[in-house]
Design a protein around this ligand. Structure first.
Ligand SMILES: Nc1ncnc2c1ncn2[C@@H]1O[C@H](COP(=O)(O)OP(=O)(O)OP(=O)(O)O)[C@@H](O)[C@H]1O
Length: 263
């Protein structure tokens, strides 16, 4: 379980989060919200990369700050937005790094580590590129390599910051389907609300650093909730197995004015 309660945060005195809470007990919790609403900041607070000004973050009922440094990566695996370093490292070696929290620094990787890393690569469809230099990969291939590294880490919790960034439609679904199939409590930042609707059990919608709405996915993905936050018109369509959202700009009059001005 990962939870945050009453979290506040500021960058250089500028408030970014105010009284934010989140609870991830099982399944997938999606963190959604407009640009700059504080999603990445909250995620970074959850894995102790940032210290909040106020509030608490618990990992399995312990304050995240009290989890020993070596233990934290066995509890939480992270796929952040930062690009991997441009080092001459192969895909296979990058994924093996995910096994580091499970061995002492002097210990060599075991056959089991290699087996787990290879399985993780296979699960993200990257087995054939195992010997490639990471620096030569496409954006999507790099992203899948980082996800494989997180899988190889075999942590109890998974935190993902826009994991579908750079992925084509096939892999967007493939990766989120894979995450769903893992028995791992996951918090994922997503911009695509239709992906959030299909794969998340609960959603937390941030708006300007506060929680605008939180709850079961179907309760959050409604026009009434989304329209004032995203400032677009939202229509819901019922697909076979989940709701699909269709968006329209809210002020077509402005577009007409622009077109008129160009004539
Ligand atoms: N290192 C930083 N220093 C100063 N301000 C920052 C820093 N990182 C983020 N911010 C600001 O904090 C606010 C929240 O940023 P954050 O990245 O958490 O939002 P987000 O919801 O993840 O945005 P996006 O959807 O655009 O990725 C933004 O106004 C951003 O400009």
């Amino acid at each position: 379980m990962i939870s945050a309660a009453d979290v506040t945060f500021a960058y250089d005195g500028t408030p970014v989060l105010a009284g934010v809470g989140l609870e991830a007990r099982s399944g997938i919790v999606g963190l959604i919200g407009p640009n700059g609403s504080g999603k990445t900041t909250l995620l970074r607070i959850l894995y102790a990369a940032l210290a909040p000004r106020g509030g608490t973050v618990l990992v399995d009922d312990r304050p995240v700050t009290s989890v020993p440094h070596r233990e934290l990566p066995r509890r939480i695996a992270v796929v952040a937005q930062e690009a991997p370093p441009e080092l001459p490292v192969t895909v296979a070696d990058m994924v093996l790094l995910g096994r580091a929290p499970h061995r002492s620094s002097l210990q060599a990787y075991t056959a089991e580590d290699h087996r787990i890393a290879a399985a993780a690569l296979r699960r993200v469809g990257m087995r054939d590129l195992a010997d490639r230099n990471v620096a030569t990969l496409s954006g999507g291939e790099k992203q899948r390599t980082l996800i494989a590294r997180a899988l190889a880490q075999q942590a109890h919790h998974l935190l993902l910051d826009e994991p579908t960034n750079h992925l084509d439609i096939h892999y967007q679904h493939e990766i989120l389907h894979l995450v769903r199939s893992l028995d791992v409590t996951t918090v994922v930042v997503l911009h695509d609300l239709n992906l959030a609707g299909r794969y998340c059990d609960h959603l937390v919608l941030l708006d300007q650093g506060t929680v605008a709405c939180a709850g079961p996915t179907a309760d959050v993905l409604t026009p009434e909730v989304l329209e004032p936050v995203y400032r677009v018109s939202v229509r819901t369509l019922h697909d076979e197995d989940c709701v699909q959202l269709v968006f329209r700009p809210q002020a077509p009059a402005t577009a007409t004015l622009l077109e008129d001005g160009q004539r």
